[in-house]
Design a binder for this molecule. Structure first.
Ligand code: PLP
Length: 488
């Protein structure tokens, strides 16, 4: 079928440049905006941790894009032809074909989600004393590397930590630091170099093809493998197309294949790439495949279902193919870009340029009256939920572990992430987000800090519970009620 590729934006006759949805709604879920009084109670019940809120209390769920992207009619229809078999399923063969088409890799291990791939890679390659250079860590990756006795070296370029930037590729790895790290630690202690596409914790920022080529050169020089975390790879390929010279006329499919060709092992969270479940590890190296595959039946399931229902394998297979469709992949970045531009006009500190997966508000600046030990990003999430019913995710000090002495490891960036899953929200819902952020920014001094009252040692942000350091939530809610006239 011939179609126009819009890059998600169409020029309007009146000169406006706004994102245009290249899909229509066929099935919808009703939303509920509970009154501010209930939101105040709900966030307290959730221990001021947005992960512990119930969706019946949430209006716009911007916690994550993991497993929450809208699925296409093609994906859903493919689920009906799932070949439910313990072993040798035809659905798995179709999944292999999609992986070959999208990543050019022939050998595939399905897993139940992204961190399961990290578990298998961590157990196979990381040992006491290992160091893993990466453009930036992701929470679950770090946990698996640490649990196996390894250390992560974050070799991002200086630009990555600048909130306001026009650098198109803030997810690039610093090549000089990479070579120094390999020399200092010895290549024998580097099990692989990890590149993360559209670096999640840097605000969804991509790396360039040029940078990946440089990393490949260093890897070849020292005989090292490159592992690509491809959870957000479609968006990274999209950014290469629209931001990197020489790629403007290339298809996303050909860009993805060029990227993949430089990587020895690719893994991804299917929940982010294309479906509500799953993930995979893939490679063209039979030695790698054979060394990893024995762990699959131990941790996941048989080699052809990887611990998830076969219908989800079908959905992933179809969704992966949509990852090379510009009209699909551009949707979230163009909405995020719109939000970023509108928030900047209002003077609200936001990570620029807009990246993948969500809009990232700089909570450090937004709440510059709070020290990092009072978790400004966590406090901002709670405050924003109270005044809007919108649930975001903390990506700051709360998302870090403590050091050996029990002190907080202060995050490089204190971010409130407002995820924009693919094809889920409308532009008027995005306008509501912007409006409520505008109100909160004007009333930001009312927001106080938080402290932990229940705190797991690892990944504490998931299930840890906190409390406010004063009665600021009540005061904030009262001011909001007074200004906006809610109860809604
Ligand atoms: C870059 C990256 N890697 C790995 C993961 C882990 O994937 P999952 O949540 O499917 O376990 C995620 C999840 O958000 C991610 O963003």
């Amino acid at each position: 079928m011939e179609k126009t590729s819009t890059n998600g934006t169409v020029k309007f006759f009146n000169g406006k440049q706004i994102p245009l949805e290249m899909h229509k709604a066929k099935v919808v879920q009703a939303l509920n905006l509970v009154p501010v009084e209930r939101r105040l109670a709900a966030i307290a019940e959730a221990g001021y941790n947005s992960f512990l809120l119930k969706t019946s209390d949430v209006f716009l769920d911007m916690l994550t894009d993991s497993g929450t992207n809208a699925q296409s009619d093609a994906q859903i229809s493919k689920m009906f032809i799932a070949d439910e078999a313990y072993a040798g399923s035809q659905s798995f063969t179709r999944f292999e074909q999609s992986i070959l088409q999208v990543f050019g890799k022939k050998l595939v291990l399905p897993v139940h989600q992204g961190r399961a791939a990290e578990n298998i890679l961590g157990k196979s390659y990381v040992k006491e004393g290992s160091v893993v250079p990466t453009n930036y860590h992701f929470t679950t990756t770090l946990a698996h590397i640490m649990l196996n006795g390894g250390k992560v070296l974050e070799l991002y370029a200086a630009e990555a930590m600048k909130v306001k930037s026009s650098h198109p590729f803030k997810g690039n790895m610093d090549i000089t630091k990479l070579e120094d790290a390999i020399k200092t630690n010895g290549p024998e202690n580097v099990p692989f170099i990890r590149m993360e596409a559209s670096t999640n914790l840097l605000g969804g920022q991509p790396f360039s093809m040029e940078n990946l080529k440089e990393v490949r050169k260093v890897a070849d020089k020292y005989g090292l493998k490159i592992v690509l975390d491809a959870s957000l790879v479609g968006e990274n390929a999209y950014f290469i197309k629209v931001r990197e010279k020489g790629y403007e006329n290339r298809s996303l499919g050909s860009i993805l294949l060029e990227m993949s060709d430089m990587c020895d092992i690719i893994y991804f969270s299917g929940r982010k790439v294309s479906s509500s479940r799953g993930g995979a590890i893939c490679t063209n190296n039979p030695e790698v495949f054979n060394s990893l595959k024995f762990l699959l039946p131990v941790y996941e399931g048989f080699l052809t279902y990887g611990g998830i229902p076969i219908k989800e394998i079908e959905s992933m297979a179809e969704g992966l193919k949509e990852t090379i469709d510009e009209n699909v992949v551009s949707q979230s970045p163009t909405f995020i870009n719109y939000m970023v531009q509108e928030l900047e006009k209002l003077g609200i500190p936001v990570i620029t340029p807009g990246g993948a997966l969500g809009c990232h508000i700089d909570a450090g600046q937004f709440l510059d009256h709070l020290p990092q030990t009072e978790y400004p990003a966590g406090a901002l999430i709670s405050a924003f939920y109270i005044i809007s019913g919108i649930r975001g995710m903390e990506r700051g000090t709360m998302s870090n572990n403590r050091d050996e002495k029990g002190n907080d490891i202060l995050a490089d960036l204190e971010l409130m992430r407002l995820a924009v899953p693919r094809r889920v929200f409308t532009l008027s819902q995005i306008e509501y987000v912007i409006d409520r952020l505008n109100w909160l920014y004007k009333n930001r001094k009312l927001v106080g800090g938080l402290r932990f009252i229940e705190e797991p040692v690892l990944l504490r942000f998931f299930i840890g519970r906190l409390e406010p350091l004063s009665d600021w939530p009540q005061k904030l809610a009262a001011k909001f009620r007074n200004d906006i006239g809610e109860s809604l």
